[in-house]
Design a protein around this ligand. Structure first.
Ligand SMILES: [Zn+2]
Length: 264
């Protein structure tokens, strides 16, 4: 969000002076404006322009670059108004002012004040008692100061300053959002890294599996070959199996005994 003109004007008037308002109005939103051009447009001397710019520069409200004039041999300065710094400075000054006003508010509401109707000499109740309620300047009897209006004014000023901060601060929030975005991206990248690692691992596993399955296939082939071999040899075995059985021994006493002992 662009900083409202009124905010810039009030700030520049406060920290540098009236003469700086026109100059800032001329260069804001532009980049690297020659000081000669500024002098020409404002119809003042280059030295006057420089004095104002030094004032702005002392509060970091302007930045500059310089270039050597080859013909004349001196440097020409080019100036840029720093809106971001202006915003930061407004926030800083408003916060300070709100703090001061809160202290003043506390002081005004925590005591009764007395005032001289002649010269506005003012003091709290304790001091007025010490002076027996007579003005130390002119001897006039002091009257109680009705500070309700004053307190109202202070409160109103605090409200106004806070309103200004509300208008300016959303940009600060944008910054926070940006930071969050960056953090999110970092997290996302970290996640992607982990995902890559997992992918690599699984790929590695897959390769391993492939190798394994190849080995298994090989084994299966070997087994198949074995089986084939066996099948080739089977008939022989069958033939062998079909060999005439040995004549069963007729159980003799001796044999039966032998069988028994085997069972045991
Ligand atoms: Zn007096």
């Amino acid at each position: 969000m662009k900083l409202p003109n009124k905010f810039i004007e009030d700030l520049v008037r406060e920290v540098v002076g009236d003469e700086a308002v026109r100059l800032v109005d001329l260069i804001k939103g532009k980049k690297n404006v020659s000081e000669f051009k500024i002098a020409d447009k404002l119809k003042i001397t280059v030295n006057q322009v420089r004095n104002i710019l030094y004032g702005l520069n002392s509060r970091s409200l302007v930045t500059f670059t310089r270039k050597k004039d080859k013909k004349k041999g001196w440097y020409i300065y080019y100036w840029t108004f720093d809106e971001k710094k202006a915003r930061d400075l407004i926030i800083e000054l408003n916060e300070k002012r709100i703090q001061q006003l809160n202290k003043l508010l506390e002081k005004e509401t925590s005591s009764i004040y007395y005032i001289c109707p002649n010269d506005d000499t003012r003091m709290n109740a304790e001091n007025a008692l010490e002076h027996q309620f007579k003005c130390p300047e002119c001897g006039q009897v002091l009257i109680q100061d009705n500070n309700v209006v004053k307190i109202d004014k202070i409160r109103q000023e605090i409200v106004n300053l806070e309103e200004e901060l509300k208008i300016i601060r959303p940009v600060v929030k944008e910054k926070v959002v940006k930071v969050e975005k960056v953090e999110k991206e970092v997290k996302k990248k970290a996640k992607q890294k982990v995902a890559k690692k997992i992918k690599k691992k699984t790929e590695h596993k897959a390769v391993k599996k492939k190798i394994k399955s190849k080995i298994v296939k090989k084994k299966v082939n070997i087994v198949k070959k074995e089986k084939k071999k066996q099948e080739i040899f089977k008939p022989i075995e069958k033939i062998i199996e079909k060999e005439p059985e040995k004549p069963v021994e007729k159980p003799s006493r001796f044999n039966v005994l032998r069988l028994f002992s085997k069972k045991k």
